[in-house]
Structures are given as structure tokens and as C-alpha cells.
Design a protein around this ligand. Structure first.
Ligand SMILES: Nc1ncnc2c1ncn2[C@@H]1O[C@H](COP(=O)(O)OP(=O)(O)OP(=O)(O)O)[C@@H](O)[C@H]1O
Ligand SMILES: [Mg+2]
Length: 247
């Protein structure tokens, strides 16, 4: 489904006129099958969100290619309805002047022409993320963090994309709400058979929801392991990351 080949990314360091460049992603290559969930973990500043933006086609790699079903992900057409994203900052991800109904309706309008169909899909989606129809007329400021994040998830799922990217999407929710959202993502995956790219600091969350985990360090893939073999990681860095969580 997704194929990343020798991707490199540089950012200019210290302002527009500085010639210095920071090598943020180095020789990144991997593939992800349809319906597969990949966790991307690594320290702060290791390049996870940058990789995420490249996978979403928001930014271009300086070298290398990213293909989604054989097509370049930079083309809007490749992405439309196929890839969506949920970010950490859910409060600013929803338009503050939109009700829940308007926010979730927006992506549905792109795909469904008949208004009655859209409305019934909307109610189904809200139900699937655990919100009843009393939420339809609410505005973002009337929602709790967990509820707002559910609305973002409903929006991301609306077009039934083949892949959803989550960048630290549940990190700011409190523990029990995190577990609820993880459960929700697991069940949605069973309904829609979509793949997830799950960027996080939290190995436990990644282990819960992903099939494979990529460990990234200073812009390089340090290791890629199946979740069942997470305990057998080889590199010292990956071992250290794991230990920090277990202890
Ligand atoms: N638009 C940008 N312009 C210049 N430098 C950037 C830009 N975006 C990111 N960087 C730099 O690239 C590096 C990787 O950043 P990135 O946001 O990808 O890290 P991350 O792994 O997502 O970190 P975190 O876990 O804190 O979210 C950092 O050193 C950051 O300062
Ligand atoms: Mg980040």
C-alpha cells in the first residue's frame, strides 16, 4: 500500500539566509501493506512528525520517493479519500465555529451526493466513536478533550480511507480515556479494514495497536520489529527505550 524508498529530508538551520542545513531524515526505506498498522517511536526531535508530514504529502522529500498504491503521495489525487490524519492538538483541528455535525459532514460532502445518505452515515459514524446524537449541535468548546478527539477520529474515518496517520493523537488525553480511544481505534480497524500509522512516544500504546514498530533515532531507522518480537529488539538504543517504559 505504502512504499517509502531512500527518503532524505533537510531543513535550513537558523533562518532564511543561513546556508547550514540539518539532515532530519536519512535514507528512510520501508513498506506497509494494506490494512497493516505501523508504529513509529523515537525520542523527541528524532524526525517522527517530519516523516509523518512526508507520508501525508504535506511536504516533499529532498530525495527519494513515497508511493501510495504505486502513485506519488504528493499528488492530491493519490491522497484524496485514501489517507487522513489525526493530530495531537485536537482543539485546533476542529473549526471552533462548526458544530459536531458540520465538522463531520465536511469530509462526507466530498464523497456522498445524497443529503439523506450523508445524514445517516454521520449518525453511524458518531455512534461508532461512542457519541450519541445529542452531540450533533455541540460546538468544540462544549466538548471534553476525549470527546473532541473522538470527533476528529470520526472525521478521519468518514471517507473510509485506506490509511490514517495519528501523530501523538492520544498523548494529551488522560490514562483511562487513552485506553478507550485505543479500544475504539482497534474496533474501527476491524470494521473498515484500514491501516494505521501511529506516531508516539508511548511504546505500550504502539504495542497495543500496531503490527510492526519502527524505532527511529536521529532521522534514521534504528530497527523495525514485529510487535510480537518487541522484547527481542537488537540495538542498544531500542533496548534502552524499552527499558525506560518497563521500569
Ligand atoms: N519546518 C521545520 N523547519 C526547520 N526545522 C524543522 C522543521 N520541522 C522540524 N524541524 C526540526 O527537525 C527535527 C525533527 O523534528 P520532528 O518534529 O520531526 O521531531 P519529532 O520526532 O516529531 O519530535 P517530537 O517527539 O518532539 O514531536 C527537529 O530537530 C526539528 O527542530
Ligand atoms: Mg512530533
Amino acid at each position: 500500500m505504502l512504499s517509502v524508498d531512500h527518503v532524505e529530508k533537510f531543513y535550513r538551520k537558523g533562518g532564511m539566509f543561513s546556508g547550514e542545513r540539518q539532515h532530519v531524515l536519512k535514507n528512510i526505506s520501508f513498506a506497509c501493506k494494506q490494512g497493516e498498522s505501523l508504529g513509529i517511536i523515537g525520542e523527541s526531535g528524532s524526525g517522527k512528525s517530519t516523516l509523518g508530514r512526508l507520508l501525508l504529502g504535506i511536504e516533499k522529500p529532498d530525495h527519494g520517493t513515497i508511493l501510495f498504491e504505486e502513485q506519488r503521495v504528493q499528488n492530491r489525487r493519490t491522497r484524496l479519500g485514501n489517507i487522513s490524519a489525526v493530530f495531537q492538538d485536537y482543539t485546533s483541528s476542529i473549526n471552533p465555529f462548526y458544530t459536531v455535525e458540520q465538522a463531520v459532514m465536511e469530509p462526507l460532502k466530498l464523497q456522498m451526493k445524497v443529503p439523506e445518505d450523508r445524514k445517516s452515515k454521520l449518525v453511524t459514524l458518531l455512534h461508532q466513536v461512542g457519541l450519541d446524537s445529542s452531540y450533533l449541535k455541540k460546538y468544540p468548546h462544549e466538548l471534553s478533550g476525549g470527546e473532541a478527539q473522538r470527533v476528529c477520529i470520526a472525521r478521519a474515518v468518514a471517507t473510509e480511507p485506506k490509511c490514517i496517520l495519528f501523530d501523538e493523537a492520544i498523548s494529551s488525553l488522560d490514562g483511562s480515556v487513552q485506553i478507550q480511544v485505543l479500544e475504539l481505534l482497534k474496533s474501527l480497524r476491524n470494521i473498515y479494514n484500514m491501516g494505521y500509522i501511529f506516531i508516539t512516544h508511548d511504546i505500550q500504546a504502539a504495542a497495543y495497536i500496531c503490527d510492526k514498530v519502527m524505532i527511529i533515532r536521529s532521522g534514521q531507522i534504528e530497527e523495525m520489529v514485529d510487535v510480537e518480537h518487541l522484547k527481542d529488539v537488537q540495538s542498544a538504543y531500542a533496548k534502552k527505550l524499552l527499558q525506560m517504559i518497563i521500569s
